[in-house]
Design a protein around this ligand. Structure first.
Ligand SMILES: Cc1cc2nc3c(=O)[nH]c(=O)nc-3n(C[C@H](O)[C@H](O)[C@H](O)COP(=O)(O)OP(=O)(O)OC[C@H]3O[C@@H](n4cnc5c(N)ncnc54)[C@H](O)[C@@H]3O)c2cc1C
Length: 350
C-alpha cells in the first residue's frame, strides 16, 4: 500500500528554503487525518547540517540524497533522484513548491512514475464526507479515505476547482510559496535520517553550469515580508507610488502592487500580489486604491490584518478587510505615515 506524505525540499546554496518548511507544516496537518509519516526529501551536497531543521519543523523522517551533482538544481539529476525515491518508497502523497524548481521537476517526475499532478494548488485536505468518498469511489479510487482533495484557481481565477487523482499514486501537487503555514519550531523534535544512495553517471548531467548568478539585490521577496503596503490603479500614475513608498518607509514595510499598475509599468513585476503574482501572508497588508478583484484577493486574503483605503465605499476589497477607510489615499496616507513616525519617535524616546 502507498504510504507517507512526502515533501520535496528546496535548497539554494545549501540552505533549506521556506516553501519546503511550509509544506512540511501543511503535511503535519494532513497527517492528522491520514496518520502517515511526514517525510522530507532533501537533495544536495553536504546538506546534513540542515536535517535537524526539517525535524524541528515537523518531519518524521528525512531522506537525504547527497551527491556533488545535486549541489545546484539541475533538471535531470533531480528528476532521476526523486523518481528513484518514489519507486522505492511508493508515497501516498508527494508535494513540491510551485517555484521555478518545483514547476520544472514535478511534471517530469509525474510523467516518469505515471501519475497525475495538480499544479499551483492553494488548498489541500483529505476527503472526509460520505459524498466525497462516493465521488472518489465512482472514479475508481480503491481507498477513498486516503484521497487528497487539491484546490486551485481555475478559469482565470473566477472559480476555485477541487481536483482528485483517484487511480494512481502518489497523489502529487505543487503548492505556491507563502500559501501554507510553517508550524511552530520545536527544537526538541528528532526523527529518522535515511541516506539514499544513487549512482549518477556523467550522462545524468545533460547541462553544464557555468556560473550561478545571485538575483539582483533590488528584487524583493514579498512572500517573506511581515508588512506590505500595496498600491493599485487608484494611485493614478507611477509618481503616485510615492504615497505608497512613504507609508511603507514609515512602517518599515515592503511595497506591493496590483497587476493593473504592473501592466501600466508604474512598478516592477516582482511587486505584484495576486493569482499571477506573489501569494503573501504578512502580519499587515494595506491595500490602497485597489478594488479587490478576485485575482488580487487570491494573493493576499491570508494576511493577518488587512487595512484598505478606497474612494468607493462599495469596493469589494472592503469585504476582505479588517479595517476599511473610505477616502482619497493621497489625503489619508500622508496623515497615517506622519502619525506612525510620531508614534515611533515617541516610543524611541521613552
Ligand atoms: C487571469 C488573470 C490573472 C490576474 N492576476 C492578477 C494578479 O495576480 N494580481 C492583481 O492584482 N490582478 C490580477 N488580475 C487583474 C484583476 O482582475 C484586476 O484587473 C486588477 O487587480 C485591478 O487592479 P486595481 O484594483 O489596482 O485597479 P481597479 O480595479 O481599477 O481599482 C482601482 C481602485 O482604486 C480606487 N481609487 C481610485 N482613486 C482612488 C484614490 N485617490 N484613493 C483611494 N482609492 C482610489 C477605485 O475606487 C478602485 O476601487 C488578473 C486578471 C486575470 C484575468
Amino acid at each position: 500500500m502507498s504510504k507517507g506524505i512526502f515533501v520535496v525540499i528546496e535548497q539554494v546554496n545549501g540552505k533549506v528554503q521556506n516553501v519546503g518548511l511550509e509544506l512540511v507544516g501543511e503535511s503535519t496537518r494532513l497527517k492528522e487525518d491520514l496518520k502517515d509519516d511526514v517525510v522530507a526529501v532533501l537533495l544536495g551536497h553536504n546538506m546534513e547540517s540542515q536535517v535537524d531543521k526539517l525535524f524541528h519543523y515537523g518531519a518524521d523522517k528525512v531522506i537525504l540524497v547527497d551527491d556533488a551533482m545535486l549541489e545546484n538544481y539541475a533538471t535531470e539529476p533531480y528528476t532521476k533522484a526523486i523518481t528513484a525515491i518514489v519507486n522505492e518508497y511508493d508515497p501516498e502523497i508527494m508535494l513540491f513548491g510551485a517555484s521555478s524548481i518545483g514547476r520544472d521537476v514535478a511534471p517530469r517526475v509525474a510523467s516518469r512514475v505515471k501519475t497525475g499532478l495538480v499544479a499551483d494548488t492553494t488548498g489541500l485536505r483529505m476527503a472526509k464526507t460520505e459524498a466525497e468518498f462516493a465521488k472518489e469511489a465512482s472514479m475508481g479510487c480503491t481507498d477513498p479515505t486516503r484521497a487528497l482533495l487539491m484546490t486551485r484557481p481555475a478559469f482565470g481565477g473566477n472559480i476555485m476547482a477541487t481536483l482528485m487523482c483517484p487511480r494512481t499514486k502518489p497523489q502529487m501537487a505543487t503548492v505556491r510559496p507563502g500559501v501554507m503555514k510553517r508550524i511552530e519550531k520545536d527544537t526538541t523534535k528528532t526523527g529518522e535520517l535515511i541516506k539514499f544512495p544513487i549512482e549518477f553517471t556523467a550522462a545524468d548531467m545533460n547541462i553544464e553550469i557555468l556560473d550561478v548568478v545571485k538575483a539582483d539585490k533590488k528584487s524583493v521577496d514579498l512572500t517573506e515580508a511581515t508588512m506590505i503596503v500595496s498600491g493599485g490603479r487608484g494611485v493614478g500614475n507611477a509618481e503616485g507610488f510615492s504615497y505608497i513608498r512613504d507609508m511603507a518607509d514609515a512602517l518599515g514595510a515592503e511595497v506591493g502592487s496590483s497587476r493593473a499598475c504592473v501592466d501600466a509599468q508604474w512598478i516592477e513585476k516582482d511587486r505584484q500580489v495576486g493569482q499571477t503574482g506573489k501569494t503573501v501572508r504578512p502580519l499587515l497588508y494595506m491595500a490602497c486604491g485597489i478594488s479587490g478583484a478576485i485575482q488580487h484577493v487570491a494573493g493576499m486574503e491570508n494576511s493577518e490584518v488587512v487595512i484598505s483605503i478606497n474612494k468607493n465605499e462599495s469596493a469589494p476589497i472592503f469585504e476582505v478587510s479588517d479595517l476599511g477607510i473610505v477616502g482619497d489615499l493621497k489625503v489619508i496616507l500622508p496623515k497615517l505615515a506622519e502619525a506612525v513616525r510620531k508614534y515611533k519617535e515617541a516610543k524611541a524616546s521613552n
